[in-house]
Design a protein around this ligand. Structure first.
Ligand SMILES: Cc1cc2nc3c(=O)[nH]c(=O)nc-3n(C[C@H](O)[C@H](O)[C@H](O)COP(=O)(O)O)c2cc1C
Length: 405
């Protein structure tokens, strides 16, 4: 959990320095302690007072600081860091870090720290493409610095190209992932499906459902932040693609089956949070169906049952979105699909389920034990589900060990 962790946030003299204020704000809201270090050039673009006000903590700019009582700033800041994040990182600072320079507080702190370092470069496209910059980035990558690639788009100079600071959410993903790398799912591989599949009627129309994908995406983020290697098989949804996760975009139930099968080989667990169509049109019209005054009939055929079609020695977690006899129907599905546990939710409730940010679920396991959780954000529901996944995987591991002894 990121709460209580200390981040050293290095802000350098790029035009995107103002975006680091939002990053500092979000990290502070998550309960982290932010020690901001600004280069001299950064202070010309954003006032240190802004970071001080947002983080509620002092901002550091000088190596030679007569107010730093008995501590030497760069040594003490290096020691506090769980993670060091440089955002934005200028071409100049990249070169200095790659070269091992220590002529400012930020570079000295990085040299003096054993904490993981995340670098988010931002600069004009030509500066980014310059072989010197690319060479410096390659050297940093070789030394296991986490580099967050800049995005493409309109730059401050007016031209379009690569060099925009990556989205703040992407930088946050990377921080969460690094902080959670030794979590209770470290070393585990988890495949998660999400969203509502689409079954085509003709080239422009399809049948789908109200799934927003929020449950599957919350599970994927949470599993990544507990150390798992996550593969997300996503049906179309309007959510941002999280960083640090292998994502496969699919549309139909059949495509979801193939993507899941292709990625399951080394998985420890499969969590089927997607709302997969049960039926699809028997034929897809090659041309757009024209409007007529008469009725039309769509012949539907069942889609492939993904959980039943994929075999293997992985933990199987299903979901049951039900409108009636929720627990009974979920328990039946648990048995039929030979799941380790199932997450049941009542989709008729207005404040939970489809599209909502919250959910109220009951977890039923194969021994028949039921755990009913109160209404809570989907991310928290995801953490509860992953608690159970981590517990069951640990149990399996212990069993395997005992059997091999
Ligand atoms: C208005 C302005 C915007 C700048 N934006 C960038 C930038 O986005 N990326 C970059 O690498 N350099 C940028 N520079 C150049 C750096 O500020 C300059 O190389 C400086 O020496 C960087 O110092 P630092 O790395 O210690 O912060 C900008 C300069 C100015 C005047």
């Amino acid at each position: 959990m990121p709460e209580g962790k200390t981040i050293v946030l290095g802000v350098t003299g790029g035009i995107a320095a103002y975006k680091a204020v939002e990053l500092a704000s979000k990290l502070t809201q998550e309960g982290m302690k932010i020690n901001t270090i600004m280069t001299n050039a950064a202070t010309k673009l954003v006032s240190p007072l802004t970071f001080q006000a947002i983080t509620g903590r002092p901002v550091f700019t000088e190596i030679f600081d007569s107010t730093a009582s008995f501590q030497i700033n760069h040594i003490s800041l290096a020691g506090t860091a769980d993670v060091i994040v440089v955002a934005p990182a200028t071409a100049n600072t990249l070169a200095k870090i790659a070269g091992g320079f220590g002529d400012n507080l930020l570079c000295c702190t990085i040299l003096a720290s054993k904490a993981p370092v995340i670098i988010a470069p931002a600069m004009n496209t030509n500066m980014y493409d310059n072989l010197a910059t690319q060479d410096n980035l390659a050297r940093l990558k070789d030394r296991h610095f986490a580099i967050i690639k800049p995005a493409s788009g309109r730059l401050a100079s007016g031209i379009k190209g690569t060099g925009r600071l990556a989205e703040i959410e992407t930088i946050l993903d990377s921080i969460h992932q690094i902080l959670g790398k030794n979590g209770d799912l470290a070393g585990k591989q988890i495949v998660i499906t999400a969203g509502g599949t689409q079954e085509f009627i003709d080239p422009v129309r399809y049948i789908t459902n109200r799934s927003s994908g929020k449950t599957g995406y919350s599970l994927a983020n949470a599993a990544r932040d507990r150390g798992a290697r996550v593969t997300l098989i996503s049906a179309p949804c309007a959510l941002r693609e999280p960083a640090g996760i292998d994502i496969f975009q699919v549309r139909t139930a059949e495509e979801m089956y193939h993507a899941t099968k292709d990625n399951i080989t080394r998985a420890d667990a499969l969590i089927m949070a997607a709302a997969v169509s049960d039926y699809r049109p028997q034929t897809i019209s090659a041309k757009k169906i024209k409007k007529k005054s008469s009725f039309i009939t769509l012949e539907m055929e069942p889609t492939r049952d993904i959980l039943n079609s994929i075999k293997g020695d992985f933990l199987r977690v299903g979901f049951a979105a039900e409108s009636d006899h929720v627990i009974e129907n979920a328990a039946l599905k648990l048995k039929q699909k030979k799941l380790d546990f199932i997450v049941a939710n009542d989709i008729t409730s207005n404040d939970s389920g489809f599209e909502s940010d919250d959910n109220k679920v009951t977890i039923i396991d194969c021994s028949g034990e039921k755990t009913s959780l109160p209404l809570m954000p989907k991310r928290e529901v995801a953490e509860h589900i992953l608690d159970k996944v981590a517990f069951l995987l640990e149990q399996r591991e212990q069993l395997r060990k005992r059997e091999s002894e």
